[in-house]
Ligand binder design. Structure first.
Ligand code: EPU
Length: 417
């Protein structure tokens, strides 16, 4: 296994290019199941979760071809409708094949994803929506088994805003009979990107990015060429990297509309952020003010940036209150940050951070994807050497984070252990 070693204290300087969005690429790759022909996808990030979804799709009969930077995808010869436990257990987002497989083949059997480190993460709302569309859905020996001769449009209310749930039902509905309305739909940019991709395939989706999405079923879809949006969480992570190291970096290829709330918070705490077209120049200063955050569905502060923002608050002047409202167990980075000298108290879904001038390098352990990123950020600012083990979590969702940071001047490398 790899560990990442960081000698902290260097201000970051230079330019970094943001990769394609993991959480947009996963449903978009799954959407290629909806029709035959060759799709060409640009800006697919190179990271572990993408390899996992490709493995799941390959197992169903999907074929891939690398074409320069683009990825070609073909599902003419689907020969399987089962996503097995050994593949699904490694990534919950595998559930994204549920809607498109049911639409294309009329049947699907997929291992029920278990809980994960950050919370129980049930999929009841995905299943309830498919039942409302006329599917027979039941659980069998740890698998979700769903079938439908023909899905039909339905009026669906999500009691909680769910990103992958909205995406799954949108993909199930594009070829259903009649109109499907998704109420209290997720508004995340990744949902909008999927809707744009599906519309360019010939789907009729209106309202993506608002609370109500209306999908009029169509008879046929066609393959397309499509480019994935930049990863807003990677962009946010680099913004914080500039702040926490008191550096100056140019972050290239962001969609600023997707990271407005992050930029606003970082301006509040005293960073300078200049917009230059699709690029941002971020400058961190010696004085970091404290600020409170509360994670919320988009356009609120993303839960996927909570751990990274907490790392920054560990060296801010004063107290900050971090409230996690999306997942019930997303504070696992706290005990590791404490090992680096952070002063954080947890009370239920709230963490009270008392900022201090310095963190110190330590041996720490990554527990989930964004927790790993927060430890990397803390280590960049800490005095001395930090060793982060279990960085396979980081590799699931960031393309070359350590390489990109090293090109920005940080002393960071990998070692085997
Ligand atoms: N929920 C239910 N029932 C459902 C579905 C969701 O109760 O049927 C609950 C969840 O337990 C959670 C809340 O609803 O408390 C929101 O979960 P959501 O379904 O929106 O999360 P997700 O779709 O499983 C995606 C991202 C996550 C990101 C969340 C929230 C992907 C592949 N994953 O997960 O990304 O945190 O939305 O924005 O798109 C990450 O990249 O590190 C990551 C965890």
């Amino acid at each position: 296994m790899d560990k990442i070693v960081i000698e902290g204290g260097d201000p970051l300087k230079g330019e970094v290019i943001i990769s394609g969005s993991k959480n947009a690429a996963l449903p978009i790759l799954s959407a290629c199941l909806l029709t035959d022909g060759w799709h060409t996808l640009d800006n697919i990030p190179k990271l572990k979760d993408i390899w996992t979804i490709k493995e799941i799709l390959s197992n169903l009969g999907v074929v891939f071809e690398e074409n320069g930077q683009a990825l070609r995808v073909n599902s003419d010869n689907l020969n399987n409708y089962i996503a097995p436990y050994n593949l699904v257990k490694t990534m919950r987002a595998s559930i994204l094949v549920l809607g498109p497989l049911l639409s294309r083949l009329g049947k699907v059997k997929i291992s029920l994803p278990g809980g994960c480190a950050i919370g129980a993460r049930p999929i009841n709302l995905h299943l309830k929506g498919l039942s409302a569309m006329g599917a027979d859905v039941h659980l069998e020996h740890g698998y979700v088994v769903a079938s439908a001769d023909k899905l039909r449009g339905a009026n669906i209310f999500f009691e909680i805003s769910t990103v992958n749930g909205t995406e799954n039902l949108m993909m199930a509905a594009v070829k259903a009979d009649g109109i499907t309305t998704l109420n209290n739909a997720a508004k995340e940019p990744e949902v909008v990107d999927l809707a744009n991709m599906l519309n360019s395939m010939g789907a009729r989706i209106k309202g993506a990015g608002t609370d109500t999405i209306a999908i009029t079923g169509v008879k046929e879809l066609h393959p397309i060429r499509y480019g994935i949006i930049p990863d807003r969480i990677e962009a946010g992570t680099f913004l914080i990297a500039a702040g926490i190291t008191k550096g100056k970096i140019k972050i290239k290829g962001c969609n600023l509309d997707h990271i407005e709330i992050i930029i606003e918070k970082l301006l509040d705490i005293g960073m300078e952020i200049e917009k230059q077209g699709e690029d941002l120049v971020a400058i961190g200063h010696d004085k970091i003010k404290s600020a409170d955050i509360k994670t919320m569905p988009f356009p609120g502060f993303p839960t996927d940036m909570q751990a990274q923002f907490m790392a920054l608050m560990c060296i801010a002047d004063g107290w900050s209150m971090i409230r996690e409202t999306i997942f019930e167990n997303r504070f696992m980075h706290v005990s590791e940050l404490r090992r680096m000298g952070a002063d954080i108290e947890i009370n239920g879904a709230q963490a009270l951070v008392r900022g201090k001038r310095n963190l110190s390098g330590a041996q720490v352990m990554a527990t989930d994807l964004r927790a790993s990123a927060s430890l990397v950020l803390a280590a960049l600012a800490a005095e001395g050497r930090t060793e982060i083990s279990r960085v396979y979590h980081l590799d699931r969702g960031y393309q070359d984070l350590d390489l990109k940071l090293s090109l920005l001047g940080s002393k960071i490398w990998r070692e085997k252990y």
